[in-house]
Write a new protein. Structure first.
Length: 222
C-alpha cells in the first residue's frame, strides 16, 4: 500500500513534465515559424533592435539589421527609423549611437532617426516607445535576426504597437548555428509568457541599476 501514493506522485510529476515539454515544443515551433516570415508594408516606424558593435562600427549581425532597415526606409515604407541598444563597460558609444551614425552616413536624415538604448529586448522597446507614441506611431516594422522576431514582436505588442516581421536578410547567424539561438528564444518566450516580459527583464537585471528610458537621448522627428 505504501507504494500507491508514490506511484501516484510519480505519475503526477511525469504528467507535469510532459505538459512542460509540450508547451516548450509548441513555443519552439512558433519561434521557428515566425523566423521564416517577412512582411514588409507601410508602417509608422522601423524598429531596429540593437546587438554587438565594434567600438565605432556595427558588428556584422548589427550591420545586417541596419542594411534591412535602410532598405525599408529607402522603399518609403516608414518615415522614422528607431534604433536601440546600450553599451558594455569600456565602450564609448552605445549600439544605438553607432546605428544612428551608420544610418546618417547612408543618407537617413537625423530628423528621421529616434535613438534609444537598453540592455535587453524589453528595455530596447521601452527606450523608444515614449517618443514613438508621441509621434503617433501605431504600427512598426520589426528588424532583428529571424530567430529573435517572435519575442521582439511580442514585447513590441506589450507596449501598444502593432508589429510586423521584417528580419535581416543576410544575418551571419545561419544554418546549424541558429539552433542554440532558437532554443534560447523558445525558453525566454516560454518563461516570459508566464511571468511577463517586463518582469523577466527585471529579474535578468536585478543586480543592475533600474532602467529609465529618460537616460537615453532621443531625436524627435520634425
Amino acid at each position: 500500500m505504501i507504494f500507491g501514493p508514490i506511484r501516484l506522485a510519480l505519475k503526477i510529476v511525469g504528467a507535469v513534465l510532459a505538459l512542460i515539454l509540450l508547451y516548450f515544443c509548441v513555443t519552439l515551433c512558433q519561434v521557428w515559424l515566425t523566423s521564416r516570415q517577412d512582411d514588409p508594408h507601410r508602417a509608422g516606424a522601423i524598429l531596429v533592435f540593437g546587438t554587438a558593435a565594434n567600438y565605432l562600427t556595427p558588428a556584422p549581425d548589427l550591420e545586417a539589421r541596419l542594411d534591412r532597415a535602410l532598405q525599408l526606409y529607402e522603399d518609403g515604407l516608414a518615415p522614422v527609423v528607431a534604433v536601440t541598444g546600450g553599451k558594455r563597460p569600456g565602450d564609448r558609444y552605445t549600439e544605438a549611437q553607432i546605428s544612428a551614425t551608420w544610418l546618417e552616413a547612408k543618407g537617413v536624415p537625423r530628423t528621421g532617426i529616434v535613438e534609444g538604448g537598453g540592455a535587453d529586448t524589453w528595455q530596447n522597446v521601452a527606450s523608444v516607445a515614449p517618443v514613438l507614441h508621441r509621434l503617433g506611431v501605431r504600427s512598426v516594422l520589426v528588424v532583428t535576426d529571424p530567430f529573435h522576431e517572435y519575442r521582439a514582436m511580442a514585447i513590441t505588442s506589450d507596449f501598444g504597437f502593432s508589429p510586423s516581421p521584417t528580419p535581416s536578410l543576410r544575418s551571419p547567424i545561419r544554418g546549424t548555428a541558429v539552433i542554440p539561438y532558437l532554443l534560447k528564444e523558445a525558453t525566454e518566450v516560454s518563461v516570459g509568457r508566464i511571468v511577463g516580459y517586463g518582469r523577466l527583464s527585471t529579474l535578468d537585471h536585478s543586480s543592475m541599476p533600474a532602467f529609465d528610458p529618460r537616460w537615453h537621448r532621443t531625436v524627435a522627428v520634425g
